[in-house]
Ligand binder design. Structure first.
Ligand SMILES: C[S@@+](CC[C@H](N)C(=O)[O-])C[C@H]1O[C@@H](n2cnc3c(N)ncnc32)[C@H](O)[C@@H]1O
Length: 379
């Protein structure tokens, strides 16, 4: 019989006395078969747990498609042009990008990377997936004038559990991935920092504070020098490692990360409950230790910890980024289609009208519009 997430946490606490917070989050979200995402929880509307930009509607993907075209042109129209979407979930963003019919389409190889097997299985319900080897085979040799047999045959899509191992020319995208990458948790003490671990008291999981690893403590003091005693911060080494890996996937191109983000000092100045949140069924959940596997556990992303890997080439709010890549033109086009087709009530006219409401949600300065878009150019 499969071991449950509760049993897995209990077994490790019994064996080691306590767990690091990132180890706890890893089990709570990704333990097979009943971690939160492993069991199929996540983004979407009815029946899901929280709303993300791709799940608002197809407009976000239509703007991403314009960005991809701009990158493709900037890179000299490579074929294949590989887009790696990390945290692809059930494939909503991929579907919207392809539906937008980007000019790079014939060169496009779209790789959906998703850790949860349940969510990966749902991608195949609405996307024509091919075997990874069929589309990530040897890319065209720039020294060889003969076109590779797969050139011009896109768009092709495939699904993977992790980032590709061969370097590619293209874009690595991650919408709301890094807030779900397991993180360690620290508390400022009078003399230095303590690490928050997870232990057991009776039936309940409880926090246990131990002296922090001195190397991490040095970094935290540098990043949040004014943290008051008792202030808490995450240490997001897992997110930084992901960024390093994503940069190393690219021979040329860019990494684009979209998430709720701030700085380590900004996090230290706020109560933990504000930036370490739980969600389930479109509402806030309980304390992060309360129901492992039954709720999302998410943490705002400290951009200064990512910048230790490499400072980003550009930082914007989601609202600014969407405007830079043409959201207003797409909304105008939608309004025109609605005006022309409203009387007939055709589907294209209705989709055109819905762009107005989608744009308002995606650029809302108190909601998704306030998310941060970080870009790193590679190669
Ligand atoms: C908040 S959801 C975002 C899903 C989607 N990007 C969206 O915006 O709707 C985070 C997703 O990241 C996935 N995930 C977590 N770690 C991952 C990793 N290292 N590689 C790929 N996917 C990962 C989770 O399983 C989950 O589906």
């Amino acid at each position: 019989m499969a071991v449950t997430v509760d049993a897995a946490v209990a077994e490790r606490v019994a064996r080691f006395g306590s767990l690091r917070f990132d180890e706890f989050v890893d089990l709570a979200l990704y333990h097979e078969p009943d971690g939160f995402f492993a069991a199929g929880g996540g983004a979407g509307r009815a029946g899901a747990d929280f709303l993300t930009s791709p799940e608002v509607g197809p407009l976000f993907g239509a703007v991403v498609a314009r960005y991809l075209d701009a990158e493709w042109v900037r890179l000299g129209r490579p074929d294949p042009f590989v887009v790696v979407e990390a945290a692809a979930g059930r494939g909503a963003l991929a579907l919207a990008v392809l539906a937008a019919g980007p000019a790079c389409g014939p060169a496009l190889r779209y790789v959906l990377v998703e850790r949860s097997a349940q969510l990966r299985a749902r991608q195949a319900e609405h996307l024509p997936l091919v075997r990874p080897t069929e589309m990530l085979g040897p890319s065209a040799d720039p020294e060889d004038p003969a076109p590779s047999p797969t050139q011009g045959t896109g768009p092709l899509c495939c699904s993977l559990t992790g980032l590709p191992s061969e370097p590619v020319d293209g874009v690595v995208l991650a919408n709301e991935l890094l807030d779900n990458v397991p993180f360690r948790l620290f508390e400022r003490s009078t003399a230095s920092w303590s690490e928050v671990r997870v232990a057991r008291s009776g039936d309940a999981l409880v926090e246990l504070l131990v002296d922090a690893d001195p190397e991490v403590a040095v970094h935290l003091t540098a990043l949040a020098p004014d943290a008051a005693t008792g202030a808490r911060v995450p240490w997001q080494q897992g997110a930084a490692d992901w960024l390093s890996d994503a940069l190393s996937v690219l021979r040329s191109g860019s990494v684009v990360v979209v998430d709720y983000a701030t700085t380590t000092a900004g996090l230290a100045a706020r109560p933990q409950e504000e930036w370490l949140r739980t969600y389930v069924a479109h509402g806030r959940g309980d304390h992060p230790l309360a129901r492992p596997g039954r709720q999302d556990v998410t943490c705002e992303v400290a951009t200064d910890q990512l910048a230790r890997v490499r400072p980003p080439s550009a930082v914007s709010s989601q609202a600014e980024w969407l405007r830079r890549h043409g959201v207003d033109e797409l909304v105008e086009e939608g309004r025109r289609r609605w005006a022309e087709g409203a009387a007939a009530g055709d589907l294209a006219a209705l989709a055109g009208r819905s762009r107005v409401a989608e744009a308002a949600a995606l650029t809302d300065p108190t909601g998704l519009g306030a998310f941060t878009v970080l870009e790193w150019r590679a190669g």
